[in-house]
Design a protein around this ligand. Structure first.
Ligand code: FAD
Ligand code: EPU
Length: 341
């Protein structure tokens, strides 16, 4: 595959930010990846970045290095028994297309993750999650290429150290590996997860009498389409910040000052409370805010948006102002979910 120089990244990030990459190439096999890595070394490009669908990234300046876009394709059933099916999926497959393939074939467990943009290879990076499911719940293993040591390494579920929008690939192993494929363990039995209130409500609105993964996928698609801006129409990268968690003492003191503050007990740790960042941002006056083409979405203030020609720095500066005002009002420091480059 050909290396290109001074390439606009506008078509390759869902924020629609128009910056240039010093060099850019796509790879659809490990052999091509290895050739490209050698070429980069020879041409002395010190920096490189692996890109999937560009839906969780904000470019704030021209990229002074090489962008390598993962286009590995293929879905393979590698094992099957009475209860489960193991699907090995190449990193460049589109996430939502994988979900639809599973729904069509009655491979259950992934349907709540419908309509999340991006590619399969990035899904373990931040343990993507929505509507009561995270990929760690269906993740079996992955294979990744160690960039310096030039070898393949397998990771099982525990190795990945998944957490809320976290994995080892964002922490200790940051920038060391490129994920090449992910194996998912899906269920042949119906074991649906509809405890997330909005799903039950939407299924009722749809008049669904008999639960199926198809109905749940459609309910999730309906909810998401009504709330989240479509990146094809308005640039964005989904939730810009994580929902913060606080301990019991902090929660009590927040409730004393702000009795209506929504909060959810963290299922995994009954001493932690999750507070919706959207509420904190709305209460701080940012919902619907717009300055030139950078804004805070009118329906979902956790989503920062590019209405057309905002530059990455305008979005970033807006995120700084939001963090400052939420800190001043609630003494809670919001953490960004989106990767800032
Ligand atoms: P990219 O943006 O291309 O990359 C993200 C990061 O991963 C970068 O640091 C990149 O270098 C790295 N990376 C990508 N591929 C690889 C690889 N193969 N190997 C190593 N590193 C790699 N996320 C959720 O969790 N839940 C949601 O409900 C959700 N909703 C969203 C809704 C909208 C409208 C949008 C725009 C985004 C949403 N997101 C959500 C965020 C985003 O879709 C996910 O984080 C997705 O997994 C990103 O995939 P991507 O291929 O676009 O990653
Ligand atoms: N809220 C407001 N004002 C609003 C909107 C929401 O106060 O205008 C409050 C309400 O209290 C509401 C709460 O925020 O109950 C939660 O809102 P929502 O259900 O829309 O979910 P979220 O917490 O904002 C999270 C994920 C999403 C995921 C949805 C569904 C994070 C950072 N975000 O959003 O993930 O799709 O739940 O599970 O955890 C993403 O990561 O990019 C993403 C979109």
């Amino acid at each position: 595959m050909q290396m290109q120089y001074n390439v606009s990244l506008k078509p390759y990030n869902t924020f629609g930010i128009d910056v240039l990459a010093k060099c850019f190439a796509k790879f659809n096999s490990v052999e091509v990846l290895e050739q490209l890595l050698n070429q980069i070394k020879n041409e002395d490009f010190s920096k490189k970045l692996f890109l999937g669908g560009g839906s969780n990234i904000l470019f704030t300046k021209n990229y002074d290095g090489c962008i390598l876009k993962n286009e590995l394709k293929g879905i393979e059933i590698i094992q099957e028994n009475e209860n489960h099916i193991y699907l090995k999926v190449a990193a460049g497959e589109v996430w939502h297309e994988l979900v639809m393939y599973c729904v069509e074939n009655n491979f259950n467990g992934i349907e709540n993750l419908s309509l999340i943009p991006g590619n399969v290879g990035a899904s373990p990076m931040q343990n993507i999650g929505a509507y009561g499911i995270e990929i760690k719940d269906i993740f079996h293993s992955l294979e990744a290429y160690h960039i310096e040591e030039k070898k393949m390494v397998s990771f099982n579920n525990a190795d990945c150290e998944f957490g809320y929008r976290e994995s080892i690939f964002k922490k200790q192993l940051k920038d060391q590996f490129v994920i090449l494929n992910v194996t998912f363990k899906l269920s042949k039995q119906a074991n649906f997860q509809i405890s997330y209130g909005a799903i039950e409500q939407e299924l009722a609105n749809m008049g669904v009498k008999e639960l199926s993964n198809k109905a749940i996928a459609q309910a999730v698609i309906n909810i998401r389409s009504s709330k989240l801006p479509n990146p094809k129409l308005i640039g964005n990268a989904g939730s810009f910040f994580k929902n913060p968690t606080v301990d019991e003492t902090v929660m009590q003191s927040l409730l004393n000052s702000f009795p209506s503050i929504p909060n959810f007990v963290n299922k995994k740790s009954s001493v932690e409370y999750k507070i919706p960042a959207a509420w904190l941002i709305e209460q701080s006056g940012w919902k619907g805010y717009r300055n030139n083409d950078a804004g805070c979405h009118i329906n979902q203030p956790l989503v920062l948006v590019n209405y057309g020609n905002a530059c990455g720095n305008e979005i970033f500066e807006l995120s700084v102002a939001i963090i400052d005002s939420v800190t001043n009002k609630f003494n809670i420091i919001l953490e960004r979910e989106v990767n800032i480059i």
